[in-house]
Ligand binder design. Structure first.
Ligand code: GAP
Length: 525
């Protein structure tokens, strides 16, 4: 049973945050100094899961595509990079302050929250009707129900105004929209707002000893630009032909105005980005390819019902098409990944600002041109949150006395789990620890293992369930006689007896990354 089915969504989220701390996944940065807002540290299990997510992405993007190669560019870049990319002039969010609470908000988020409430009303009507009718036709109901239609119209009108003020950067219009909707400050409840103004999200610092304006450098707000400025270096050194891609994983920094919802929106975070360079005119074909490929990747980890596309109406300054893969977080469907058709904007702009040619020679067409780019961009931390919020579950399981007990379990896909195998001697004496340590010494070459002999076996199983360990190997007195152990499966609770000699093979088979793709393919078939 998923936690979200048994408890309110807000409670699930609170539970997740405290679970992450209690079990060594995530800690608030500088906690002993009361923390630093929207900055987090990953604990012993967190860092393992994060590394596994990155590895899974890298395998799917680089290892599985012969025409995609990797890169690790520096965080610091020449300041003109950010002028050329448009970030100095246009990477800002509209902010507004409430004069009574002195709280600062993103104006677009205030309106989006308002829209989410309307969406919730529509969902409620649908759910009510679903319970009433046996063969319920959701699409028909939405097209014909008066209350739904009224709310949908209200939603569309407000959304259109939001897109307009955002596209036209109409800060006055933004304030009027907030006033017209009578949006109050969630903290003070008042509607005493300042004007809306733009706020640049880049962090800057000084390079070298002199603190003059000329020495200002930025902490990169996206990893993509490191790929663009290296486009020709990579193409020439690896003799790539279009279409080809460059993938990179690395830190990015944004001075977010509203940094909230735990690791969903952070000021320091990590991105996994891939820029796919194509011939002009081919970008839409590849845009659709990457949308579908990325959705398939997510479907290897989540049920399809928790995923959806959101096609953008308001496009960023560099894009001619864009979509988000949204995931159903405990606080609703939100962006998990962006897929953007970035045209030739970035390469052309770097060409102009640097005075260097960033062109590809097409040997078939016998011409030079600036390629177009399709980008896939996902936050590691956001993916981490998606995985944990789907994995954390509470369920009834049989207890030792024939009754039932409640267990908290993290059903993280086995290949991503921080610890893959716990090796547990039934008791901490009589030769069992020695035998268990022998097994540990063998299995540690294959995957991340943990040895534990403290507490009763039941408590140790519960602890491994809470960490998300998919397999427990129990060494008991019979093991000393027959060289066999019990292998316990976290999800099914099934326990099988098998010879120690078969353990490594069995576990390796279960931890093969390709299983995820095969399972997804089976669901589709
Ligand atoms: N290069 C394109 C780009 O950066 P974006 O939509 O601004 O596009 C891409 O960001 C992804 O990075 C998002 O879908 C999200 O997963 C992640 N991301 C963006 N801002 C973030 C933040 N403040 N905290 C955590 N993740 C963030």
């Amino acid at each position: 049973m998923y936690l979200c089915q048994t408890m309110k969504k807000e409670d699930l989220f609170k539970r997740l945050v405290s679970h992450c701390k209690e079990y060594g996944y995530i800690f608030q940065s500088s906690e002993i100094y009361d923390g630093l807002s929207a900055v987090y540290d990953y604990g012993p299990y967190g860092v393992e899961l994060k590394n596994n997510i990155k590895q899974y992405w890298w395998k799917a993007m680089v290892q599985m595509h012969e025409n995609i190669v990797g890169l690790d560019a520096a965080i610091f870049m020449h300041p003109t990079v950010w002028k050329a990319s448009g970030h100095v002039d246009a990477f800002s969010d509209p902010l507004i302050d409430n004069k009574d609470s002195k709280k600062r908000y993103r104006a677009d988020v205030l309106v989006e929250d308002y829209l989410a409430k309307i969406e919730k009303k529509i969902d409620k009507e649908v759910e009510k009707a679903r319970k009433r009718f046996d063969d319920f036709d959701e699409e028909m109901f939405k097209k014909t129900n008066g209350r739904v239609l009224q709310n949908q119209e209200k939603y569309d009108t407000i959304n259109k105004r939001l897109v307009e003020v955002m596209t036209n950067e109409d800060m006055e219009g933004f304030k009027t929209l907030i006033e017209d909707l009578k949006i109050a400050c969630p903290e003070s409840g008042s509607r005493n707002w300042t004007d809306v103004r733009q706020f640049n999200l880049m962090f800057s610092t000084q390079f070298g000893a002199l603190a003059t304006g000329e020495n200002t450098v930025y902490l990169r707000p996206e990893t993509a630009q490191g790929i663009f400025v290296n486009f020709l270096n990579v193409q020439k050194s690896t003799r790539q032909k279009l279409p080809f891609g460059i993938a990179q994983i690395g830190k990015a920094f944004r001075n977010e105005i509203v940094a909230r919802q735990f690791i969903f929106r952070m000021r320091e975070f990590e991105q996994m980005e891939m820029q796919f360079f194509v011939s002009p005119g081919e970008e839409m074909k590849w845009y659709h390819y990457w949308k579908e490929f990325r959705l398939k990747w997510h479907k290897t980890l989540f049920p399809a019902t928790k995923l959806r596309f959101h096609d953008h109406e308001k496009l960023a300054h560099y894009a001619n098409a864009a979509a988000d893969v949204e995931f159903q977080f405990p606080f609703g469907f939100k962006e998990l990944e962006g897929i953007h058709s970035r045209t030739d904007f970035d390469l052309k702009s770097h060409q102009e600002h640097s005075g260097r040619k960033l062109q590809y020679f097409d040997s078939e067409k016998k011409e030079h041109y600036v390629p177009y780019v399709v980008e896939t961009s996902i936050g590691v931390d956001r993916m981490f949150l998606a995985i944990l919020s789907h994995a954390l579950q509470e369920e009834e399981v049989p207890d030792a006395k024939g009754g039932t007990a409640t267990r908290v379990v993290m059903k993280i896909p086995a290949v991503l789990a921080p610890i893959k195998v716990a090796i547990l001697p039934l008791v901490g004496k009589s030769g069992l620890p020695e035998k268990a340590r022998e097994i540990f010494a063998d299995l540690k070459w294959i995957c991340e293992c943990q040895y534990d002999e403290k507490d009763s076996i039941g408590r140790r199983y519960r602890r491994q369930d809470a960490i998300g360990t998919p397999f427990c190997v129990t060494v008991d007195f019979e093991t000393l006689e027959d060289n066999a152990v019990t292998l316990r499966d976290r999800d099914t609770l099934e326990q099988v007896r098998l010879p120690i000699s078969e353990l490594a093979g069995k576990i390796s088979e279960k931890l093969n990354f390709s299983n995820l793709w095969k399972e997804e393919a089976a669901v589709e078939a």
